[in-house]
Unconditional design. Sequence first.
Length: 466
Amino acid sequence: MSIRPASELGPAEEIAVAIVGAGACGLTAALAAHELGAEVVVLERDAVPSGSTALSAGLIPAAGTRFQRARDIDDDPALFAADIMAKNHGRADPEQVALIAREGGPAIEWLADRHGLQLDIVEGFRYPGHSRLRMHGTPRRAGAELIDQLRAAVERADIPLIADAVVTTLFADDERRVHGLAFRRPDGREERLACRALVLACNGYGGARDLVATHIPEMAGALYFGHPGNQGDAIRWGAGLGARAADLGAYQGHGSVASPHGILITWAVIMEGGFQVNTGGHRFSDEAHGYSEQAVKVLAQPGAMAYSIFDARIAAVARQFEDFREAEAQGAIRQADSVAGLAALLDLDPDALAATFAAVDRAKEGAADPFGRNFAGVPRLAAPFHAVRVTGALFHTQGGLAIDRETRVLDQAGRPLPNLFAGGGAARGISGDGVAGYLSGNGLASAVTLGRLAGAAAGRLVVHSS
Ligand SMILES: Cc1cc2nc3c(=O)[nH]c(=O)nc-3n(C[C@H](O)[C@H](O)[C@H](O)COP(=O)(O)OP(=O)(O)OC[C@H]3O[C@@H](n4cnc5c(N)ncnc54)[C@H](O)[C@@H]3O)c2cc1C
């Protein structure tokens, strides 16, 4: 990934707004720029756009939407922003948090009402740290469905998407204005495009082992569960242009990836009253803090694994997620009629597991939990008991290019670059600077909201200057 002088671009077809990456951010940006009358093209390294978006559960948090109002959920951007800031312990940029909290609701309604996405509120359980039900998802609660619906919307708008195109080079002048880009085809051929504005929507660097080792050493050897194409190209180009990157140590982990099946097990199994034990049959944490930091705690257990334990009632809630149904189909979810039977099935010490069940039951009846988890109002587990073996994984990085309120990429002095925009995982996130600051949904909230803002800002720039 390189920056070369604008003078080397040579003759190339000009497109007003070029967008690198066709995940949730890039496709949303394309819709927004197109709506303003800008000529847009999206470049995507894969043959079919998927990105980390397709691997996700596709749940987007937003506050004050008509979907919430229809269910009498009283929510507003200030409350959403407060939840985000509480989770990151005040370590994210409050203005960026306020922007995403404020613009998230309108973005969701715009995607549903203008572009036909089938979004609705996810009910049945609340994600840790969210004080209201505010996750919006497509019917199957699957990111693959979300990306398919976004792609269909882009196709309906007749926005060109060049697939099988790895953008390798940006051409910029001394004022750091991007004049165009080069991309590589699968047969090795290079093609070029000139542009007047560029949106970086190519996510973070979870797939780049060198950058992970540098910025997130505790995850250097961990399973990476995101899209392999997220190679840190945005921050590499940013560095070449003198842009500022921020919070590079921030990331979303997850402490609940079925092992060895490699399927995400929704955190609903924990929030509804399940818990995790290690191979000794002991609990080791307050699981309800959040699934992101739980990745590190699970990886610290013997064999870097744990068992998530729940029951049939909880499984019924989790079954609304396609991933969970797939895990059941693949035999990852195991069942036993008694605690002793579960211990035998999982090869755990029966006395230790029985003591753990008893302690959790006591905590659910009001006793203090040794790990400080608040089990208030959560029913005891009932036979048949369910369990799934899980490991911790790195899902996506949250650090990225510093941006202003219009998603313009900033330089080291805080000045905006002339025509470079970033959103989603390419931009700095809202999770502070570590693993524990990630509030569920921060990833797609940034992708969809900043994507819309970036597309609109790039669109305005080119439309006003033509
Ligand atoms: C298993 C999993 C579950 C998750 N669940 C949730 C959830 O429920 N809610 C939530 O909010 N977040 C979730 N996340 C995080 C969320 O998926 C991401 O934050 C979000 O998808 C980022 O969107 P994006 O558009 O920035 O990146 P992506 O969707 O990754 O899209 C980036 C695209 O850029 C392309 N690209 C990269 N470099 C280049 C290049 N040089 N040239 C051309 N193309 C390039 C990639 O191929 C990719 O298609 C989850 C993540 C994972 C891995």
